[in-house]
Ligand binder design. Structure first.
Ligand code: GDP
Length: 329
């Protein structure tokens, strides 16, 4: 990669994921040199193993390494000398985390600790972002939640993120690192994994429209979430690292919608009635928080950020994408 000395350098873990890919695009558009940490095995078949960043591969540099290996992270930070570090990588799918508590806790907590320690040693001036999550609130007693709401995590994933949040805070307070956490509520897009309810709905609605599926089995249709668009959440993440002081921020829309509303909007977009295709099955039921909804006031005040993509536009974008995706298949 050819670069000029004044170009800012960003290092992203989790660059192959939904958020990492949007963040990489955003940083490239701002003129950054973008480096991403990727597991060695992914290099074997880049375009297929990294579909979300396939269109960026000639503009970013991927560094092989693993969050569980401190030496590999150390080497990656030494090589890239970042000005900004975005630590997004984690084992993140909530419903399986009880099946695999040990690896979720180990990978997420040690991974964050390794990243912070490597940065402190080799790039103490770098600004550090940790991807925290509304899962840390578990089943909250306070509605809406904000930066002062106590954490009551109810999954191994949530617990691992609370630990990461406190490690990040500790490096800020003890070692003076510019380190902050974004407490992001559910954020979706056409790049969302198929195991999440939003993409499950839009992909199935598209397949039903194309006549290759008849039915969609979901869990609790009355479960509600505060859903936003991943692309614009990454704008807030970048803005956090541009502030004078490092602070933690809740990033959310502040609005709840049900799985049922998501289904209705998605199927309507295709001229279908969700009631003829969607069934609710115990198999996918979970014990869900009633009102996991955030208050974005601090982000609006400090970062000038608020969510602009409406719920309907988010659903339509995902459905339209999946309709084309399954047509091309
Ligand atoms: P999460 O917030 O990270 O757990 O994101 P998900 O997209 O997996 O789940 C969002 C909400 O949808 C939760 O309240 C789930 O209980 C609810 N939900 C209802 N049916 C389903 C389903 O079939 N799959 C998933 N993943 N979630 C479902």
């Amino acid at each position: 990669m050819i670069h000029s000395p004044q170009q800012k350098r960003a290092f992203i873990t989790g660059i192959t994921g939904q958020d990492g890919s949007y963040l990489a695009e955003l940083l490239l558009s701002k003129g950054y040199l973008v480096y991403g940490l990727v597991r060695r095995v992914a290099f074997e078949d880049e375009a297929h193993r990294m579909p979300r960043i396939a269109h960026l591969l000639d503009r970013i540099e991927l560094i092989p390494g693993s969050l569980e290996s401190f030496p590999s992270l150390y080497g990656a930070i030494r090589k890239t000398q970042p000005d900004e570090v975005y630590h997004l990588a984690a084992q993140s799918y909530v419903s399986t985390s009880f099946d695999d508590e040990f690896s979720t806790l180990n990978a997420n907590i040690n991974g964050t600790h390794n990243m912070l320690a490597a940065c402190r040693d080799l790039a103490p001036q770098a600004r550090f972002y940790f991807a925290a999550t509304s899962e840390m609130f578990g089943r909250p007693t306070q509605v809406p939640q904000d930066e002062s709401t106590p954490f009551l995590p109810s999954s191994a994933y949530g617990i691992s993120k609370v630990a990461g949040f406190h490690l990040t805070k500790n490096y800020r307070e003890t070692y003076g690192i510019f380190a902050c956490s974004g407490i992001l509520y559910n954020h979706e897009s056409p790049r969302r994994g198929f195991e999440f309810v939003t993409r499950k709905i839009t992909s199935h609605a598209a397949m039903i429209k194309h006549g290759v599926k008849k039915q969609l089995e979901l869990g609790n249709l009355d479960a509600r979430r505060d859903w936003g668009h991943a692309r614009e959440y990454m704008e807030a993440v970048w803005a956090m690292l541009q502030q004078k002081q490092p602070k933690d921020y809740v990033i959310c829309t502040g609005r709840l919608h049900s799985v049922r509303e998501f289904c209705r909007t998605a199927f309507e977009r295709l001229g279908l009635d969700y009631r003829e295709h969607v069934v609710s099955s115990d198999k996918f039921f979970r014990t869900d928080p009633e009102q996991l909804v955030g208050n974005p006031a601090l982000a609006t005040k400090d970062l000038g950020w608020h969510s602009r993509v409406s719920f309907q536009d988010l659903v339509y974008e995902m459905v339209d994408h999946d309709l084309a995706y399954y047509k091309a298949k």
